[in-house]
Each structure stands twice: as structure tokens, then as C-alpha cells.
Design a protein around this ligand. Structure first.
Ligand SMILES: Cc1cc2nc3c(=O)[nH]c(=O)nc-3n(C[C@H](O)[C@H](O)[C@H](O)COP(=O)(O)O)c2cc1C
Length: 434
């Protein structure tokens, strides 16, 4: 039987690593060297892309105070992913580099220009993680009283992306002629205003920077609500997916593929990558001991719940840890909330928080060989496309990166499950290679 290969990406915070652990950056990763080292290790392991996530506020959602966030350096402080992407792009040669940038924060012209600049710096390996932001506090940092409702955010996002695409197309592919004899850099008849007038945005154009190797960046997306999935099915080259358990993963991928086919796209052009966070050691018992030490640690529950509170604007400090949650909805990250609450499972909040460590995938704790087998089995059941390794903040260290890149990935490669080389030039081509 031929083994079906799958893709690997890395979900990275440009935030503190596990700063007070043995193998830490000592709380000083900010000049980016720490992340460049990580990216180089990932490129040696042939990851498709490294993706830098982002949020735009200091949260107060857990307990109505910033305390948990600042005490535990939870999603704060962090750096801006765009300059980090430039640094990583300039320090690597084959791996894709993805930065999260919110449609709430950037005027479309600035974002389109930034993406083209980064795609040029990355020689065609840049991806934009398209987010609309999901927190009231973020909205308030940009002059709004509160976050617009989800439907409107995605409607605005549709228009925003359409505008950006027109800006990226405002230079014909052959506009730059570099004609020395005619003393002409660009043919001005091939560079046009777009005169975009939409419901939410207005922009004259054309873009004022040179077309980039991919024309437009690769589009990455992470919304898991029905509306978010629809947007992704119509737009994304790759999806950052969060699901708890293999059945939920399969349902997610099947749904996005059906929506894509209905929208007239080839579902194979969308790579749905599921976040996983393996715990590795020399033996399964040693890996389980590491996991137990982590989830039974003094701050695990608070940190986990503060994290979920932050992306849903729901204060989880208010609920009894040993009771089931009431039904909950959010105008924030609905997909993440759904993955967390495991509706109908009858689990208590404490159990849900503990489940978050493995996202319902208990086999991700073990030796590299055991976890590689398990990931292969999951993909066979889900149908493809791959995983995004996420260390979260508390596992992120040089040691963890090495365990994945020098332990797990070679085990996956020996099974023929993941790539052993890059054969393409751009990120979009790399994603579509298989
Ligand atoms: C795994 C995952 C990662 C995400 N990462 C980010 C991020 O880095 N920055 C951000 O602003 N939103 C992020 N989001 C939020 C989504 O982009 C989206 O705005 C949000 O989930 C709301 O859409 P939904 O209700 O369709 O899920 C993430 C969502 C998921 C599920």
C-alpha cells in the first residue's frame, strides 16, 4: 500500500518561551535570534511553514483583571509578527513563513503592501494568516467600542480580501520591463488604479510596490465557526484547524472540502492542518511523567482557562471546576470554544482543561516512534492533509524544538509520511505539491 504523505507546519507565538524553565531564553527572545534558530531547525526538518500567531491586546477576560496574563506572561508580552517574518524569511531559503495580521488593524492598502514586501523578502515563501480579531479589548485598541458581530466581521473580511487581490493585480505580471535601451523601468499602461468602492472599504490604488513572486501571499486562515469555514473554503490555501478528537477532525475537514467543492474550488488546493502538541521522551512512561508533571503543576488550570477566556471573552474563573459548563456562545473564537467544550461529553470544566493538553489525542504522548505511528493512523482516518505542531508557550524551548525536529520528524520521514526535501519554490507550490 502506498503511504499518503501529509504536511507539517509549526504554530508559533512570537511571545516568551517557557521563560523560567531549565532550557529557556531567560526571558529575552526579543531580538529574534531565538526564533531564527527555531526556524532553521524546522527548515532542516522540511516543515512547510512556520506561522506566527498574534493578538492585539492585554487580556482581562479571566477574572476581569490582567493579573493572570501578566503574572504568567500569557499571550503578553509579544512582538509584532511582520518584522519577525522578515527576519526569519531572510534567514531561511525554502520553508514558508506566515504572519498573522488582522483585518481589524490594518487599512487594506497597508496590508497588501506589507504582504508584497514580505513575499519579496521571502522570495515567494510568505503567507498571510487572515484573521478578523476576536476580542472586544482588541477592537477597543483600534477606536471601536466593541468587536463587530462575527457575520459582519467575515463580510468585511470578504470585501477586504477582494480589495487586496485587486491591489495585488494592479500591476500586470509583465509591467516591469527593465528596458535599458529604452530607459524604461515599468510600462505605465500595465499599472492601473483599482478605484475600489465597497460597503466597508474604499481604495484608489494601484499598489506602490513591486509585484512579488507569488503575486499574492499564500492565504492561511483559522476560523472554525460555520461562517469561518465558509470563508476558508472560498479563500484559504491552508487552514489552521482546532478540533478535539479524531472524529471532530474528520468532520471539520470533510465539511471544508464539501464547501470548497460547492464554491467551485478544488478541495485538494486547501490543506487543513490540525494543531497538535506532542509530548516526547525515551519511553512512553517517561513522556507520561512529563505530561503529568505539567498538567498537575500549580498553574496549569489557571493558565489554560485564562487562555480560553482571552480568545472567547468568557470569564471561565466564574464556573465551578467540578461541574459541567452551561451552554456557551461567543462573538470571539467560536471554533476554539466548540473544540474546548466538547458539547455532550458530560465532562467537568476541570476535565476539559486537562483534555486541552492533548486535544483528545492521548497517543501524542510517547516515544518519537510511537507518536509517529499514531499521527500516521490519525491521518489515515481523517483523510489527510497534516498537522501544525504547537508547543504552546509553556513547552516552547530549544529542547522541545529538538525533540520534534530531531526525533519525531525523522521518525515520520522513515515511515514515508512527511517530506524529506523541498522541491518547489513558493509556499503555495509547496502546499500543493501533494
Ligand atoms: C487554532 C486557531 C488559531 C488562531 N490564531 C489566531 C491568531 O493568531 N490571531 C487571531 O487574531 N485570531 C486567531 N484565531 C481566530 C480566528 O482567526 C477567527 O477569527 C476566530 O476563530 C473567530 O472565527 P470563528 O468564530 O469562525 O472561529 C485562531 C483560531 C484558531 C481556531
Amino acid at each position: 500500500m502506498t503511504v499518503k504523505r501529509f504536511h507539517l507546519g509549526w504554530f508559533m507565538n512570537f511571545a516568551l518561551d517557557n521563560w523560567n524553565s531549565t532550557f529557556s531564553s531567560d526571558g529575552k527572545p526579543w531580538n529574534g535570534g531565538f526564533y531564527v534558530d527555531m526556524a532553521k531547525a524546522m527548515e532542516r526538518a522540511c516543515f512547510d511553514y512556520i506561522m506566527f500567531e498574534d493578538t492585539l491586546m492585554v487580556s482581562e477576560s479571566y477574572g476581569g483583571t490582567t493579573e493572570a496574563y501578566l503574572k504568567h506572561a500569557l499571550m503578553v508580552p509579544k512582538g509584532d509578527p511582520a518584522p519577525m517574518a522578515a527576519l526569519v524569511g531572510a534567514s531561511t531559503t525554502r520553508m514558508g513563513v506566515v504572519a498573522t495580521m488582522s483585518t481589524l488593524a490594518y487599512p487594506p492598502f497597508l496590508l497588501a503592501r506589507l504582504c508584497s514586501t514580505l513575499d519579496n523578502i521571502c522570495d515567494g515563501r510568505f503567507g498571510w494568516n487572515i484573521v478578523t480579531s476576536g476580542e472586544n479589548l482588541a477592537a477597543q485598541n483600534f477606536g471601536l467600542d466593541e468587536l463587530p458581530p462575527r457575520q459582519q466581521r467575515y463580510d468585511m473580511c470578504d470585501e477586504y480580501v477582494a480589495l487586496c487581490k485587486q491591489l495585488w493585480d494592479s500591476w500586470d505580471a509583465d509591467a516591469v520591463v527593465l528596458d535599458r535601451e529604452g530607459n524604461t523601468y515599468a510600462d505605465h499602461t500595465k499599472v492601473r488604479p483599482i478605484d475600489f468602492v465597497g460597503k466597508y472599504y474604499k481604495c484608489r490604488g494601484p499598489l506602490n510596490c513591486a509585484p512579488s513572486p507569488q503575486g499574492r501571499p499564500a492565504f492561511i486562515q483559522a476560523g472554525g465557526s460555520p461562517r469561518g469555514r465558509q470563508f476558508a473554503a472560498e479563500t484559504a490555501d491552508s487552514i489552521i484547524a482546532s478540533a478535539t478528537g479524531v472524529a471532530a477532525m474528520k468532520e471539520y475537514r470533510d465539511d471544508v472540502r464539501a464547501r470548497a467543492a460547492k464554491a467551485g474550488r478544488n478541495p485538494d488546493d486547501i490543506k487543513v492542518l490540525f494543531t497538535v502538541s506532542p509530548m516526547l521522551a525515551e519511553t512512553r512512561q517517561a513522556a507520561q511523567d512529563k505530561m503529568d508533571a505539567w498538567i498537575n503543576g500549580p498553574d496549569y488550570i489557571v493558565r489554560t482557562l485564562a487562555g480560553i477566556s482571552s480568545i472567547t471573552d468568557i470569564d471561565f474563573s466564574k464556573f465551578d471546576l467540578d461541574a459541567e459548563l452551561p451552554p456557551l456562545t461567543t462573538n470571539g473564537e467560536q471554533g476554539s470554544l466548540d473544540a474546548f467544550v466538547q458539547k455532550g461529553s458530560g465532562k467537568t470544566l476541570r476535565q476539559l482543561a486537562l483534555d486541552r493538553a492533548t486535544r483528545g489525542l492521548d497517543g501524542v504522548v510517547g516515544t518519537p516512534e510511537q507518536v509517529a505511528d499514531y499521527l500516521g493512523e490519525i491521518m489515515a482516518e481523517v483523510g489527510g492533509d497534516g498537522f501544525l505542531i504547537s508547543a504552546g508557550q509553556w513547552k516552547l524551548s530549544r529542547q522541545y524544538i529538538n525533540e520534534i525536529c530531531e526525533g519525531l520528524v525523522p521518525a515520520l520521514q522513515r515511515r514515508g509520511l512527511v517530506r524529506t526535501e523541498y522541491t518547489q519554490t513558493t509556499l503555495r507550490e509547496t502546499l500543493r505539491e501533494f
